[in-house]
Ligand binder design. Structure first.
Ligand code: SF4
Length: 389
């Protein structure tokens, strides 16, 4: 699913995909019959089209129903600040983007958003923001966590997505009430990671890996994810990404299509990307393949899918995803949390968002697990094993 690029790089492109695909002899049926999925099998699955793709999806649906069921769990997403100390080349809120209007919700606004999720029976929230490494930031999050826990009678589950931090910070936040952490690796391949990040010590793949290990050691339900359809990315890279997730034994994954943002350095390569629709299809293949590879983890249907297809998240739910993150950030600020372009639902209020999601999940043959944390079954098993050892 790639061509050799003139400068020695490789990039996903549609026509060349087909040519290259023919060099892989394995069919999806053959891959699915294997007891252990390796790189070759995953390449066949990720690259599947036509009837092979249908077969992949049917198999993923069976696995999903058997191992995690039809329930879809909500995580009310609070994007509380777009101030970030990092400069990732693909991100619309990178620190060097002077065009972005910066915002930082007040504590009251964050507590109000958390309360909205609690009162509407979402059972869990995700607190997400740009990465800041300072005692004032750590302390602020710590106090907010304690306050949210207290105001929700300890009932609201909390996922954090606040980037790379020290183990001590992760520990403090865990003690204050967070129990899940999402730290996307974006790509597991060092070469590609360096192409989409500045080459400096603040953007270090090894540091990110160490953070993921620290989170697991501290007992967090740990999640990661990658972008799909990046410039220079190959199908082998994507297969390696899935194997990486299996190797580090993650509990949850949130991955979505790469959507270019005009105010970022990576936009330079926009003409060399797969058409957006094919990035979408590739993402669904990745989700279905991951569901088959890691049967009992939680997989989120990324909002970026909906930026491409109005029912994109629902399609992901149908073939493998079991978590959705409806936005509960006050509508006024959503336009400014613009990691990529054409982000959906930025003008809606949380109420509009909720009503819309109810209908959407039913249409996707799902059942909303209102009032349930919906922790990753994989994590619960992992925890049990640790307690018994
Ligand atoms: S991807 Fe995350 S860490 Fe990187 S610039 Fe954007 S918000 Fe900051």
């Amino acid at each position: 699913m790639y061509r050799e690029y003139t400068s020695g790089q490789s990039v996903l492109l549609p026509e060349e995909q087909k040519t290259k695909l023919n060099t892989y002899s394995m069919h999806v049926k053959e891959a699915l019959a294997k007891e252990k999925l390796g790189k070759e099998e995953l390449i066949a699955m990720i690259s599947a089209g036509g009837e092979e793709r249908e077969l992949l999806f049917r198999h993923a649906i069976e696995v999903k129903n058997k191992y995690v069921g039809k329930k879809v769990y909500f995580r009310g997403l609070i994007e509380f600040s777009n101030i970030c100390s990092k400069d990732c080349y693909y991100c619309g809120i990178r620190k060097s983007n002077t065009k972005v209007k910066r915002f930082n919700l007040s504590d009251d606004q964050i507590l109000e958003a958390a309360n909205y999720a609690y009162e509407n029976n979402y059972a869990s929230i995700v607190i997400q923001g740009g990465e800041i490494d300072s005692e004032a930031f750590t302390r602020r999050i710590e106090l907010l966590l304690r306050e949210i826990k207290e105001r929700s009678n300890e009932e609201l589950g909390i996922t954090l997505s606040l980037g790379e931090q020290s183990k001590e910070t992760y520990q403090r936040w865990k003690e204050a009430g967070a129990h899940r952490y999402l730290l996307r690796i974006e790509t597991s391949k060092p070469e590609l990671y360096h192409k989409i990040h500045p080459l400096d010590s603040s953007h270090d793949l090894d540091a990110r890996n160490r953070c993921l290990l620290a989170l697991k050691e501290l007992g967090y339900q740990t999640g990661t994810g990658v972008m799909i359809g990046l410039p220079f990315q190959t199908v082998e890279d994507l297969a390696d990404d899935l194997l990486y997730m299996q190797e580090i034994d993650v509990d949850m994954v949130g991955m979505g299509p790469y959507i270019e943002h005009a105010d970022t350095p990576l936009y330079h390569y926009k003409n060399e990307l797969l058409p957006i629709r094919e990035r979408f299809d590739l993402t669904l293949n990745m989700i279905a393949s991951l569901r088959i590879l890691m049967k009992d983890i939680n997989i989120a249907a990324a909002t970026a899918l909906q930026a491409i297809d109005p029912v994109g998240r629902e399609k992901a739910v149908r073939i493998g995803a079991n978590v959705i993150m409806p936005n509960v950030t006050p509508g006024l600020y959503r336009n400014d949390y613009s990691l990529y372009e054409n982000k959906p639902c930025t003008d809606e209020d949380p109420d509009q968002c909720k009503n819309c999601m109810d209908v959407r999940i039913q249409l996707a043959d799902g059942e909303i697990g209102y009032g349930e944390w919906g922790d990753s079954k994989h994590f619960l098993k992992r925890k049990q094993l640790l307690e018994n050892s």
